[in-house]
Design a protein around this ligand. Structure first.
Ligand code: C2O
Length: 579
């Protein structure tokens, strides 16, 4: 099965490269790539449990979207279930096409059962590995897949890879995932943990009944492969390593990096990482090498602390011993609490930053927003029992605002102001409401009873914006993967403890900072991101740990139209779902 996919993928690369050359030669209008997604249930068995799993086209993980830089993409999504859904193209900038971004109630109303919506957008000046996923309740647990953009120019790194292998991490629940969210919201406690992590939908030999559900990739000895690694998990950052093999990082979040070698990677939900791996080792008698992912644990909340394992199988290297069992041990995998490893790994990431791939980090800024990213406690509603902490319920917030989804799409609500190029009211607090020792031992009651609502942050078109994301140790400090829709950003600085506006900017990297769409803010620390707000629309900024999104660690971000016609949001498509 996997090797068939592999061949398709190799063919696809050839075809796409040809297409690209044709486009460049004639510089005609972009090629349109069309896809059809049916959101539908499928009976799937893992860990001896059979359940109805929400899928696209019956596939888990879902189908790969592979297009070319410059292509126009049209994905017709038909909702064939009795629940609502939407799909998000995570990391695609959606220049002028915010209507196609996907988060429910931010840029569109939900696609109701039996209805169809066609997402139409262009892939402009982006290349590499991204993902797509459902953006309605916790559906992305199983409704996700790879979004691959092949470049027009040759890869700026060597050696050339022989082939590429998508590696998508996910989480499997034996029970119904929607029920995990609704129970969590009803009782106010933490979510039930997943029962397994998966590599390309398969948990691997360390789980019950799962030896047959193991991802095995055949490789030829002495070649270089590109792993396109995607973290589609719901609740945890992950470490990943391949026994005896070094990983050479060449791209993150569809942006080339200065290549570097590492024994393992840390990858947060919402992030993607391309690595090269060379099959130059002598395999064990089974001909196999284990690859494994474990969570990177920074929170004291109970969570899934299991390990998913798959294998690289060297072709023609199996010994005569039929009973040789492959080792599942991956010695170079960091311990689950290895924050020093995560810090060192992230610290090595640098934009490639060459004239061909220029970096556009704003050297000066027009506005700095400092926001806490925090867990909170909220009083229990009267006559209810809450399972959070001390009889209260969990929430989460940015600057003590816990986001509650509106009933209508925010983008639609604001569209008239967009066409009039009006500046929309900004009401999100641009500083924490109270200064306290955010990452101290016990920030007591500072984050209790946050304000519910959806006050947006709005900035003039073209603003060079800096956002400082400050973790807090209220309840417990935690690594938060913060994702920005509609814009890539540069991570110009990060550190542990409290951000100091006088001292910390002096240490910023304004030369070759990593460019991403999701930043893993250090546990008990802060990250500073910078970007030019030059994409008109209403955008989601949120924690990509799904429970934190449910609890309100979210903000809406608004950029009005720019002065030029090419800087304006296009009109809403005719088939945009109505509320
Ligand atoms: Cu992948 Cu709003 O998220």
């Amino acid at each position: 099965m996997e090797s068939t996919n592999q061949h398709c993928m190799i063919l696809l690369v050839l075809v796409l490269i040809l297409t690209c050359n044709v486009i460049i030669a004639s510089s005609s209008s972009p090629a349109t790539k069309r896809f059809h997604f049916n959101v539908e249930w499928k009976q799937v068995t893992r860990l001896c449990h059979t359940k109805s799993l929400l899928t696209v086209n019956g596939e888990y993980p879902g189908p790969t979207i592979a297009v070319h830089e410059g292509d126009r993409v049209e994905v017709e999504v038909t909702n064939r279930i009795a629940k609502n859904t939407t799909i998000h193209w995570h990391g695609i900038r959606q220049l002028r096409t915010a209507w196609a971004d996907g988060p429910a109630y931010i840029t569109q109303c939900r696609i109701r059962g039996g209805h169809t919506y066609t997402y139409k957008f262009n892939v402009v000046d982006q290349r590499g590995t991204l993902m797509w996923h459902a953006h309605f309740s916790w559906q992305r647990a199983s409704v996700h897949g790879a979004f691959i953009i092949y470049p027009c120019a040759p890869y700026p790194f060597s050696p050339k890879n022989q082939a590429e292998i998508p590696i998508i991490f996910g989480e499997w629940w034996n029970g119904d995932v929607d029920a995990v969210e609704s129970e969590m919201m009803l009782l106010g406690g933490g979510p039930n943990s997943s029962d397994a992590y998966t590599i390309n939908g398969l948990p691997g030999p360390l789980y019950p009944c799962s030896a047959k559900d193991t991802f095995v990739q055949a490789v030829e000895p002495g070649k270089t492969y590109m792993l396109r690694i995607i973290n589609a998990a719901i609740s945890n950052e992950l470490f990943f390593a391949v026994a005896n093999h070094t990983l050479r990082v060449v791209e993150v979040d569809a942006v080339y990096t200065k290549p570097f070698s590492t024994p393992a990677i840390m990858i947060a939900p919402g992030q993607t990482t391309n690595v090269l791996i060379t099959t130059n080792q002598a395999p064990d008698p089974s001909g196999m090498f284990a690859m494994a992912a474990t969570p990177y644990l920074t929170s004291s909340f109970p969570t899934d602390n299991t390990t998913t394992v798959g294998f690289l199988q060297y072709k023609g290297r199996k010994s005569g011993n039929k009973n040789a069992k492959p080792s599942v041990v991956v010695p170079n995998l960091p311990k689950m609490t290895d924050t020093p490893f995560a810090t060192k790994f992230l610290g090595k990431l640098r934009s490639l930053a060459t004239p061909q791939y220029p970096w556009r980090v704003p050297k000066a800024i027009d506005k700095r927003v400092i926001t806490t990213i925090s867990l909170n406690l909220q009083d229990c509603p009267p006559n209810r029992t809450c399972k959070g902490y001390a009889g209260k319920r969990f929430y989460a917030s940015m600057n003590n605002q816990s986001f509650i989804r509106p009933l209508m799409s925010i983008l639609e609500g604001h569209y008239k102001s967009f066409t009039a190029s009006q500046m929309l009211a900004s009401s999100f607090p641009e500083r924490p409401p109270k200064a306290f020792n955010f990452t101290g031992v016990d920030p007591v009651a500072e984050n209790m009873n946050t304000e519910f609502g959806n006050k947006p942050l709005a900035v003039p078109f073209g603003t060079n914006l800096e956002i400082v994301l400050q973790d807090t140790s209220f309840l417990n400090p935690e690594n938060h993967p913060i994702h920005v829709h509609g814009h890539n950003f540069f991570i110009v600085g990060q550190g542990f403890g409290n951000y100091d506006a006088k001292v910390d900017p002096m240490g910023y990297n304004l030369v070759d900072p990593p460019e991403r769409n999701t930043v893993a803010v250090p546990v008990g620390g802060w990250s500073t991101i910078r970007f030019k707000a030059d994409n008109p629309g209403t955008w989601f900024i949120h924690c990509h740990l799904e429970q934190h999104t449910s609890w309100g660690l979210v903000m809406a971000f608004i950029v009005p139209n720019g002065p030029g016609a090419s800087q304006s949001l296009l009109p809403p498509p005719d088939d945009l779902p109505s509320c």
